[in-house]
Design a protein around this ligand. Structure first.
Ligand code: CP
Length: 315
């Protein structure tokens, strides 16, 4: 079986394949009959060791719309709280003969570890500061609904790049698709290996916005900053917050994106987040369901004995 651990394990044609596969589910989800029985009889387990609204719900909705039995492991009331290890938990889920396991975990590498232990595909719903591949795929799908081509598209990602698995996955996906990626953050919120990521680095947000076709804003991940310097919200907004005035420095039709959850009034002003025609934040959520339907379908094809192309390269 193949797992989806990160964008780093996908070839460009595989990313395009998943975008194309998701498009049919965008159309289906906009109709009144939203069910297909493609995954009927399959059991999908969502094991989220970190909080989530969008990713957990959209994986649950995606599995149910495809006819699977979806079970959400309630981590807070599970035996994890009695000290059961991640590996023992994975073996337990595997013994229940899950057909796919979706995992979110605070540790980078946890999903890769589990994918090597179980007999079914594992989908990464976010692991520490490593990757959040379905977020990057749904972001690419959102961009593709609005822009003709990725080639040469200027995408500015601004905010807490250091702690962001969303940024890491998006940088990999957008580079792979031929976009020009810019990142903007205070030096303390950039990863040490940023120079090797094939991005243009900015510390001045106004300069990073000039000519941008897409502006992707990120939340300050305060929960991952224990003991580190944290800028005051007022200071941060002044330097790195997206206001209407700032947005005017980007291209006139630049898209505004944010993976959520937002800190309104800090990294993004409310009147920008809610800007009709420009803000794609609710479209991103909509695309999330379609993209997760595509991922669950494609990754379980081999197990279902379905003929046809499935992801081939190694994670
Ligand atoms: N974008 C995202 O991963 O949101 P959740 O943390 O709510 O799943």
């Amino acid at each position: 079986h193949r797992s989806l651990v990160g964008i780093g394990g996908l070839a460009p044609h595989e990313i395009m394949f998943l975008l194309d596969e998701a498009q049919q589910w965008v159309e289906l989800n906009r109709g009144t009959q939203k069910r297909r029985d493609l995954l009927s009889g399959l059991t999908i387990i969502n094991a989220f060791f970190e909080n989530s609204t969008r990713t957990l719900l959209s994986f649950e909705i995606a599995g149910k719309r495809l006819g699977a039995d979806v079970v959400n492991m309630a981590v807070a009331s599970s035996s994890v709280k009695k000290g059961e290890t991640l590996i023992d938990t994975a073996w337990t889920l595997n013994a229940m003969r899950a057909d796919a396991i979706v995992i979110r975990h605070a540790s980078s590498g946890a999903v890769h570890l589990i994918s090597n232990l179980v007999d079914c595909p594992v989908l990464n719903a976010g692991d520490g500061q490593h990757e959040h591949p379905t977020q990057a795929l749904l972001d690419a799908l959102t961009i593709r609904q609005n822009k003709r081509a990725f080639n040469g598209l200027r995408v500015t990602i601004c905010g807490d790049i250091l702690h962001s698995r969303v940024a890491r996955s998006n940088i990999l996906a957008l580079n792979s698709l031929g976009a020009e990626v810019r990142v903007c953050a205070p030096p303390a919120l950039l990863p040490a290996d940023i120079e090797r990521m094939n991005v243009q680095v900015f510390h001045d947000f106004d300069a990073a916005l000039k000519g941008a076709d897409v502006v992707m804003m990120l939340r300050l991940q305060l929960e991952r900053m224990e003991g580190q310097f944290i800028p005051s919200p007022r200071e941060y907004r002044h330097l790195y917050g997206l206001s209407l005035e700032r947005l005017a420095k980007a291209e006139g039709n630049a898209l505004v994106m944010h993976p959520g959850p937002m800190n309104r009034g800090i990294e993004i002003d409310s009147n920008v987040a809610d800007l009709v025609g420009r803000s794609q934040i609710t479209t991103q959520v909509e695309m999330g369901v379609a993209m997760r339907m595509a991922c669950l379908d494609v990754l379980t094809r081999r197990g279902r004995g379905v003929e046809g192309w499935a992801l081939e390269s190694k994670p």
